[in-house]
Design a protein around this ligand. Sequence first.
Ligand code: NAP
Length: 257
Amino acid sequence: MDKLLQDQVAVVTGGASGIGRSICRLFAEEGATVIVADLQAAPREGDDPPIHEVIQDKLGGEARFVECDVTNPEQVADVMDVASELGGVDVLVNNAGVFRQHDFLSMSVEDFDFIMDINVKAAFFMAQSAARQMVEKERGVIINVSSVAGIQGTGGFTTYCASKGAMRLFTYALAQELAPKGIRVNSLHPGLIDTKMTTDDVAIIGAEMGEGFKQMIPMNRFGHPDEMAKAALFLASDMSSYMQGASLIADGGLLRV
Ligand code: NAP
């Protein structure tokens, strides 16, 4: 039986670390050639080798690292050029994102722009660049990594919630526009996942705030990046062939909507 992503070219933004890293590995195991588009190849987690090296050297798969700040149009073009050389992008995972906690009354325009530029504007134009290649192929899949914060609002995280909510509605609108061209667009909504984002950028997991959140999760635990990769694989593959403009929530039961 063919692997689920056999001979497909997948671009994963923010693929060097955390959830993106797990997605890169699983997609490669399922036969995809993976383009890791990130600020740097080294993972935030520490001493592990870059994931494109792991895929090539240990898994016998195909992967490329392309240095890319998703807010930089020239570097986005570099990513798409590499995808084009490989036959064109089949799957885009808009995964790169940033998470910060702000006091609404004192936060600055710069704080707002930092989050919105990466989480919304860059994802929007990355999708546009990828879709231009997908239209040529008359097929493709775009996965926007939103969050439970794109569905439920939480004080202290107003900009992040606004950004992830925007990503959700962008997904729904784009799904209608691109469906006639054979392109599926869906969003993935992780709950609290154990990555540097939730241990370091905002100290939730391993801190008092995390214990409070954990009590609200019926499964009484945080998620692992590999569990998000499995959800992303489902959306990327024909296993989800009739899903379009949908939100897939993977949160241990936190939201229950
Ligand atoms: P992470 O461990 O911090 O990984 C994010 C990756 O994105 C890092 O490799 C980071 O690069 C990269 N990145 C940041 N800014 C970038 C930019 N401008 N251009 C290109 N790459 C950039 O975070 P994560 O937890 O895996 O999060 C992945 C996605 O899931 C994000 O969209 C996040 O909002 C979403 N999410 C996460 C959770 C959670 O609980 N962890 C929950 C819901 C949604 P550097 O290493 O160089 O910083």
